[in-house]
Design a protein around this ligand. Structure first.
Ligand SMILES: *[C@@H]1O[C@H](CO)[C@@H](O)[C@H](O)[C@H]1NC(C)=O
Ligand SMILES: *[C@@H]1O[C@H](CO)[C@@H](O)[C@H](O)[C@H]1NC(C)=O
Ligand SMILES: *[C@@H]1O[C@H](CO)[C@@H](O)[C@H](O)[C@H]1NC(C)=O
Ligand SMILES: *[C@@H]1O[C@H](CO)[C@@H](O)[C@H](O)[C@H]1NC(C)=O
Length: 373
C-alpha cells in the first residue's frame, strides 16, 4: 500500500466517523406553536382516520367503522368496517379552516373488501365480527404519468368478539390503485391473501415510510412493540414480491422472515399503540408519533437516525381534548401527508367521541397543526 492510498484511507475514515457522529445525534423535538384547525368534517360518522398523500394535491383518507345518519341524528347500524375519502391540503396556519372529506364512497361497501372466509360483505357471523380495520394509510410506492398511483395496504385478517380478539389469521396485501387523476376513489383488490401468515409479524400494518429507495414496513410484536422489515423499491414500486424483503433480526438485516415470537426482532423504546412513522428532513431522522393506552388523546414523539433504531424514549408533547362517549378519545394519528414534507410541522388528529341521542358513539376528528422549534 502506498503512502498516498493510506492517506486517502484515513481521510475516508475521518469523513466516515463524522457521518456516524452526525447520524447518532439525538434529536429532541420541541413544540414552537399549536394551531387549532377545528375538525375533519364528514357526511359520515367515521372512526380512526389515517391518511396518505395520493397525488401532489390530493390526500387519501382511510377510516375504520363508518356509518350514515338517520334523520334523528342517530348513526345507522351496522357499521361499515372501513371506508375511504379524499381531501385537499389544509389551509395556511394564518387562516386555519376545517378540512372536508369528500366524496363518501358508495357506503355499504368496504374500501378493503373482506375475503371469502371472513363473512363478507360486512364480516358479521354469529356473535363475532371480521373487521379489516386499517391502522395506517396505504403506502404509495409510485405515482406515474397522468396521475396513475400504485399503493399497498397490509390488513389484518382479524375476527373480534366485542373488542376481544378471537383470532388474527395473518395479514393480506391489498393493492390500491388509481388509473388516472380524478374524483373517483381508488380501487382495491386482495393481491396476496395472508401475505404474512399467522406466525409472522404483520409488517406494514402498523406504519410505513419510504426512504432512500426502500419501503420500511412496521408491525406489532406480541408485547406491543414494533418490528421492522424493508423492501427495496424497484422501478414500479411493487411490494408483492417477497424476494425484495429483508427483516431486522438480532441487530442485522436478513432475508429470512422471523417468527412473530422471536424476541430479537423487538425494537427498543417503540410502541405499537396506534401511531405514524415518517422521515423528517429537518431532523434527518425517522419520527414516530402515537398515543398511549386509551382512552385519551396524549401524543408522544420518538426519533431515530435509522428505521431500525436506536429510537429515543417517547416523550409527551401534546394532549388533545377528550369527549364524553363510551371511549372518550383514542387513535392519536399524525399526518405527514398534510405537510410540505420539510418536517418543520406536522398535523395531528384523534377520535373524540360523544353520545348520539340513542347513546351510540358519534366520532369527531379534531385537527391540529404542531410547528416544531
Ligand atoms: C368548523 O366547523 C364547525 C362546525 O361545523 C364550526 O362551528 C367552526 O366554526 C368551523 N371552524 C372553522 C375554523 O372554520
Ligand atoms: C414460537 O412460535 C413457534 C411457531 O408458532 C413455536 O413452535 C415456538 O415454540 C414458539 N417459541 C416460543 C419461544 O414461544
Ligand atoms: C431506550 O431508552 C432508554 C431510556 O429510557 C435509553 O437508556 C436507551 O438507550 C434507549 N435504547 C436505545 C436502543 O436507544
Ligand atoms: C357531551 O358533550 C357534548 C359536547 O361535545 C355536549 O353537548 C353533551 O351535552 C354532553 N353529553 C353528556 C351526556 O354529558
Amino acid at each position: 500500500m502506498t503512502a498516498m492510498s493510506s492517506r486517502h484511507l484515513s481521510y475516508g475514515f475521518i469523513v466516515f466517523s463524522c457521518i456516524l457522529v452526525a447520524a447518532a445525534r439525538t434529536v429532541t423535538p420541541e413544540v414552537a406553536s399549536i394551531t387549532n384547525y377545528g375538525s375533519v368534517l364528514d357526511q359520515l360518522n367515521r372512526d380512526s382516520c389515517s391518511s396518505s398523500r395520493w397525488t401532489p394535491s390530493v390526500v387519501l383518507w382511510t377510516c375504520r367503522d363508518s356509518q350514515t345518519f338517520q334523520p334523528d341524528g342517530n348513526p345507522v347500524d351496522p357499521s361499515i368496517a372501513n371506508t375511504a375519502s379524499f381531501s385537499t391540503l389544509p389551509s395556511s396556519p394564518r387562516n386555519p379552516q376545517n378540512l372536508t372529506l369528500s366524496p363518501p364512497q358508495n357506503v355499504g361497501e368496504l374500501f378493503y373488501k373482506l375475503e371469502a372466509d371472513e363473512c363478507p360483505p360486512l364480516g358479521l357471523c354469529g356473535d363475532s365480527r371480521w373487521v379489516g380495520w386499517p391502522d395506517t394509510g396505504p403506502v404509495v410506492t409510485s405515482t406515474g404519468v397522468l396521475g396513475a398511483v400504485n399503493a399497498y395496504a397490509f390488513i389484518a385478517r382479524q375476527q373480534l368478539s366485542g373488542l376481544a380478539v378471537v383470532q388474527t389469521d395473518g395479514y393480506s396485501l391489498y393493492r390500491v390503485t388509481s388509473a388516472h387523476a380524478g374524483p373517483q376513489l381508488p380501487t382495491t383488490k386482495v393481491e396476496v391473501s395472508a401475505f404474512w401468515s399467522r406466525t409472522e409479524i404483520g409488517y406494514g400494518s402498523a406504519g410505513s415510510v419510504l426512504h432512500n429507495g426502500y419501503a420500511y414496513l412496521y408491525g406489532a410484536t406480541p408485547n406491543r412493540k414494533l418490528a421492522v422489515a424493508r423492501a427495496k423499491l424497484g422501478l414500479f414500486g411493487r411490494l408483492e414480491d417477497k424476494k425484495a424483503y429483508e427483516y431486522w433480526v438480532n441487530g442485522a438485516w436478513t432475508r429470512n422472515a422471523p417468527l412473530l415470537n422471536d424476541t430479537s426482532i423487538v425494537l427498543e423504546n417503540t410502541s405499537a399503540i396506534q401511531g405514524t412513522i415518517y422521515w423528517s428532513p429537518k431532523w434527518e431522522s425517522f419520527v414516530w408519533i402515537g398515543g398511549d393506552f386509551f382512552p385519551n388523546a396524549n401524543f408522544y414523539v420518538s426519533t431515530s437516525p435509522k428505521a431500525e433504531g436506536p429510537w429515543t424514549p417517547a416523550q409527551l408533547f401534546y394532549s388533545g381534548a377528550v369527549g364524553n362517549g363510551s371511549l372518550p378519545a383514542y387513535s392519536a394519528i399524525a399526518h405527514p401527508s398534510l405537510t410540505d414534507g420539510t418536517g418543520d410541522y406536522i398535523f395531528l388528529t384523534w377520535t373524540k367521541t360523544r353520545p348520539a341521542p340513542n347513546g351510540a358513539d358519534l366520532y369527531d376528528t379534531p385537527l391540529v397543526r404542531v410547528d416544531w422549534k
